[in-house]
Design a protein around this ligand. Structure first.
Ligand code: AGP
Length: 634
């Protein structure tokens, strides 16, 4: 594929739209575009399947044929429903756009599914994000005679483009005029019947260009087209890309050609496939020994973390660290902050959505670390942006090269976990914690740990990280969690407790459990149970207690408080913790390790417990209801 900055739009053609069904609303969604020399449909649908983790309320495609007719087909429900609708339909054409949706405004429905078209059926659009001024635009367009068929913000876009086309603008100019009117965050891709290119842009929502041998692609994320190419261009905000089957052209918001480097993605297509597994989540749990090795590979020398991104002396101007993150990544940030504090480094973890709009005082010697698997979580990006406006330094710890967080932070540290498709984050948690443990070495050596930590005494965390993947494998091979998931399937509530690094792991265990089983699950600091939650504990409450080999005697007191109310207690702890083993009703053990890392092993047991409990209940494990992998709306 060649970059051709002079390439222009081409021949006009007759347009006719045929809707196999009306359709859709807003979201964090998945976009796929495919422009090639042969029919686009199969690759579009396969791309949507690979993007379903981003949303699965509805899915749709629009394909332009050689005569310039665009056919739209869209359905409420998962991609399967769309595929069924496509079975007896013929959507020939080399150019197409597709979309899988996670609703934030408006119910999931055929009407609210993407793509959306204008009234005269000349333009088809898919969109990820939120157009905040859509009400005003809709009113203005209505007054001008436009009629709408959905409740979505997206639908204003094809109508705006159609207006500009009616005024005589060429498709690219019409597209630019339309997006110039939009406020909010968006990635948008557009087909026009009388043109054989796709027009796309991004502003705060991800969009990556894939360059294949016989086709070009655009998508919200690389797995959408990884089967076909690993050569990608990460688009910048406000880039406008015009792409057809054998060329592409990128300009900035003003129309000036810009060069963007072509990069090779290290992920393989097999990484993004389920293989022999029933669920991505189980595959990704089992991948942790490999993903952890990838995280630390080449980053440990003489039992110390050596990060290429942070050579010696690069963090001498850091006094304190603030982690901002959401969900599982927040729990990794909590874990990291505990590790840092134990090294004598002042560290705090805050929920990104709270920090973003109510930030704490920051100085130029504060390092704000945004932890985010996807690098696209809107709440975390908002926190990162708030930090960027303060004197603080910013760092993104992320799995996705080219993500918004990676691009917007002052520095970036990639966790190298490989693609994670299951909505429930698993392998990325362990890689995030490992990456933060390595970062702690640099911070300490550069002087941030002046408060006096524990690293000097005994074996370092980093030294034990090298053997951790083997220990994780021991846990993934353990069948104890499967047995206990069945044994306690009838419980009314599941409480997870822990202290130290066991506390974020307890929160993470509860999050994982509720997320995929839909059962009531809560996580608490073990010492907090007696301050309120104990009132809820009955014989129908299973208490899962995390033991790390540090302060376990205190947690033993806490479990006795629960046991005396009749609650069964499952301990999760090191093999040699005899006193714990004797005190609990059931025990999930892991190899003895540095207590700082023990939480990571306990977490794998909790991942398996949630997985098997969800399997027993026949839940949609990879695509739990109401959730999506990457939440790009605040
Ligand atoms: C966890 O299983 C969830 N998928 C969710 O809590 C997730 O960790 C959160 O939305 C943050 O995502 P990020 O790491 O991509 O920023």
């Amino acid at each position: 594929m060649t970059y051709d900055p002079t390439k222009q739009t081409r021949e006009a053609a007759v347009v006719s739209y045929r809707h196999c069904q009306p359709s859709e609303a807003v979201a964090m969604c998945g976009i796929i575009v495919r422009a090639g020399v042969d029919d686009a449909l199969d690759e579009l649908v396969a791309g949507l399947e690979n993007l379903e983790y981003r949303g699965y309320d509805s899915a749709g495609v629009a394909v332009r044929d050689d005569e310039g007719s665009i056919t739209v087909c869209k359905r409420e429900g998962e991609t399967d429903a769309l595929e069924a609708a496509l079975e007896d339909r013929k959507l020939d054409g080399t150019l197409g756009i597709g979309h899988t949706r996670w609703s934030t405004h408006g119910a999931p429905s055929d009407e609210n599914a993407h793509p959306h078209t204008d009234g005269a059926n000349r333009v088809a659009v898919v969109h990820n994000g939120i157009i905040r001024n859509h009400d005003a635009l809709r009113s203005e367009l209505r007054e001008a005679g436009h009629e709408f068929t959905s409740e979505t913000d997206t639908e204003v876009v094809p109508h705006l483009v159609a207006d500009a086309l009616d005024d005589g603008a060429d498709p690219e100019t019409a597209f630019r005029r339309a997006i110039d009117r939009l406020e909010g965050s968006y990635a948008v891709a557009m087909l026009v019947g009388d043109d054989d290119a796709v027009y796309a842009t991004r502003h705060g929502s991800p969009l990556v260009l894939g360059l294949g041998e016989t086709a070009n692609y655009l998508a919200s994320d690389v797995p959408a087209f990884l089967e076909h190419t690993d050569r990608v261009v990460y688009l910048e905000d406000d880039d406008v890309v015009v792409v057809d089957g054998d060329s592409y052209r990128i300009t900035d918001g003003d129309g000036t050609p810009v060069g963007r480097s072509v990069e090779t993605v290290e992920w393989s297509a097999a990484d993004a496939r389920k293989g022999v597994y029933n669920h991505f989540m189980r595959k990704e749990i089992d991948e942790q020994p490999v993903s952890l090795r990838q995280t630390v590979e080449g980053r440990i020398e003489a039992d110390r973390g050596v990060l290429e991104e942070f050579p010696p002396g690069s963090l001498t101007d850091v006094d304190d660290v603030v982690f901002v993150a959401c969900g599982t990544s927040y729990h990794a940030g909590m874990y990291g902050s505990t590790l840092l504090r134990r090294r004598g480094i002042q560290a705090t973890a805050l929920r990104a959505n709270e920090f973003a709009h109510d930030p704490m005082p920051l100085t130029e010697r504060t390092l704000v670390v945004a932890v985010t698997q996807s690098g696209e979580t809107a709440d975390t990006l908002a926190a990162l942006r708030a930090a960027s406006e303060s004197p603080a330094q910013t760092l993104a710890v992320t799995n996705v090269v080219g993500s918004s967080a990676a691009r917007e932070a002052d520095d970036r540290l990639f966790i190298r976990a490989g693609p994670e498709i299951g909505v429930a984050a698993t392998k990325t948690f362990s890689s995030q914690v490992a990456a933060l443990a390595l970062l702690a070495d640099r911070l300490e050596e550069d002087g941030a740990g002046s408060a006096g930590g524990e690293a000097a005494s005994g074996r370092t965390v980093t030294a034990d990280l090298t053997s951790l993947p083997n220990d994780v494998e021991t846990v993934t091979n353990d069948e104890g969690a499967a047995r206990l998931a069945a044994q306690y399937a009838d419980a009314e509530s599941y409480f997870f407790i822990g202290r130290g690094v066991g506390y974020p792991v307890a929160l993470e265990g509860a999050l994982k459990f509720k997320e995929i089983t839909y059962e009531h699950a809560e996580g608490f600091a073990a010492g907090q149970l007696k301050h309120g939650p104990l009132a809820l504990v009955t014989p129908a409450t299973v208490v899962v207690a995390v033991f790390t080999g540090r302060n376990d005697d205190r947690t033993l007191h806490n479990i006795r408080e629960a046991q005396s109310r009749g609650a069964p207690v499952v301990g999760v702890g090191p093999t040699s913790a005899t006193a714990v083993r004797e005190a609990v009703d059931e025990y999930l053990e892991f190899p003895d390790v540095n207590p700082n890392l023990a939480g990571m092993l306990a977490n794998v047991h909790l991942q398996l417990l949630a997985y098997h409990a969800a399997e027993i209940r026949d839940r949609a494990i990879d695509k739990p209801r109401n959730l999506a992998k990457s939440v790009t709306v605040e």
